[in-house]
Design a protein around this ligand. Structure first.
Ligand code: FES
Length: 156
């Protein structure tokens, strides 16, 4: 059943349809962690449980690795080598256009991501700059690896 659902979602995702947000009410956890280097670029992650967690990163941080170092469950199976789509996130509209255009390899991987939306990006390709202060990224309801084997992500 999950395999069939995955195939269906893949074919739907290729058209990059907008899927209604699955987080109708986001829980504000009031949880703000401060990175050890005490940088000043705020990144808010909205988890699959619809919890909002704000982390302070620093210039040049990678959004996926920043999540890993703060126990936010973005998988990142290929460790940022653009060979998977398990680091898929949705970027809030205010910041989506501030990101560099995805290159062809990122686009190819995104085409394989379930629940693809027009504001989808791979978090391992988002590098913090000053103008990204306040960015919000939402984890999708599932990634391909979760559907196939039920594996829970662990930081690398
Ligand atoms: Fe595989 Fe980002 S971790 S593409």
């Amino acid at each position: 059943m999950n395999f069939c659902l995955s195939i269906l979602l893949t074919s739907v995702s290729r058209s990059r349809m907008r899927i209604a947000s699955y987080c109708s009410s986001v829980k504000n956890s009031n949880l703000t962690k401060v990175n050890k280097e005490n940088g000043g670029i705020h990144v808010t992650y909205i988890t699959k449980e619809c919890e909002r967690i704000t982390i302070k990163g620093k210039l040049g941080d990678n959004v996926m690795y920043l999540a890993h170092s703060n126990d936010i469950p973005i998988e990142g199976a290929c460790e940022a080598s653009l060979a998977c789509c398990t680091c898929h996130v949705y970027v809030n509209d205010e910041f989506f256009d501030k990101l560099p255009t995805p290159d062809e390899r990122e686009d190819d991987m995104l085409d394989m991501a379930p629940f693809l939306k027009t504001n989808s990006r791979l978090s391992c390709q988002i590098i913090l700059t000053d103008e990204l202060d306040g960015i919000e990224v939402t984890l999708p309801p599932a990634t391909r690896n979760f559907y196939v084997d039920g594996k829970k992500p662990t930081p690398h």
